[in-house]
Design a protein around this ligand. Structure first.
Ligand SMILES: Nc1nc2c(c(=O)[nH]1)N[C@H]1C(S)=C(S)[C@@H](COP(=O)(O)O)O[C@H]1N2
Ligand SMILES: [Mo]
Length: 165
């Protein structure tokens, strides 16, 4: 390959990398290959919520618990024993991070509504918040409404030997 061809290939790789970084949410879990999330097949949900006492507005996306279930996380009947110390860490492009325990999210336990939203009032999120953010309508403060989400990780936090449930 000559220098021009090399440049074209390199430029193409850089552009592909940038697109992936801006648009994809990376999912990782112990013992599972890392993957970019595809939420297109998940049921859509809408939640009305306002941050800082603002009038509620409509956010559309998918429930975080459905994302986790689709990725094979231990939820429902599987959520027992050691899995009850699992948590979910969400990371944004600015390095901001928040966590939720799996038990907090699972409808059989805490059932907290956490929505991975890609639309606000039916339109894609603003560039500064998007393409994905969380909305946690029942938190009293909106500090876990993490925007510009780039990664969702399932983390095992148990520090003892595996115990039978
Ligand atoms: N990526 C990222 N998300 C974030 C924050 C942040 O610093 N970085 N701040 C949080 C805090 S403290 C608040 S109060 C809300 C503010 O949301 P708003 O910008 O939609 O009002 O975003 C949350 N999400
Ligand atoms: Mo905040």
């Amino acid at each position: 390959m000559n220098r021009l061809q090399g440049f074209v290939v390199l430029a193409g790789l850089c552009m592909a990398g940038n697109v992936a970084a801006a648009d994809a949410v990376h999912y990782t879990a112990p013992g599972k290959a890392a993957a970019d999330l595809n939420i297109a097949s998940l049921p859509r949900t809408e939640v009305k919520a306002g941050a800082h006492g603002d009038a509620p507005t409509a956010w559309q996306g998918v429930n975080l618990i459905d994302v986790l279930r689709a990725q094979g996380a231990p939820v429902g009947k599987e959520l027992r024993g050691k899995a009850l110390s699992d948590f979910v860490r969400v990371t944004a492009s600015d390095g901001y991070q928040v966590i939720f325990s799996l038990g907090e999210l699972d409808p059989d336990f805490g059932g907290r509504k956490v929505v991975l939203v890609d639309q606000h009032e039916g339109k894609p999120l603003d560039a500064k918040d998007g393409p994905y953010r969380l909305v946690v309508p029942d938190d009293s403060r909106p500090a876990r409404w993490i925007h510009s989400v780039t990664a969702i990780e399932l983390v095992e936090a148990s520090t003892t030997e595996r115990r039978k449930p």
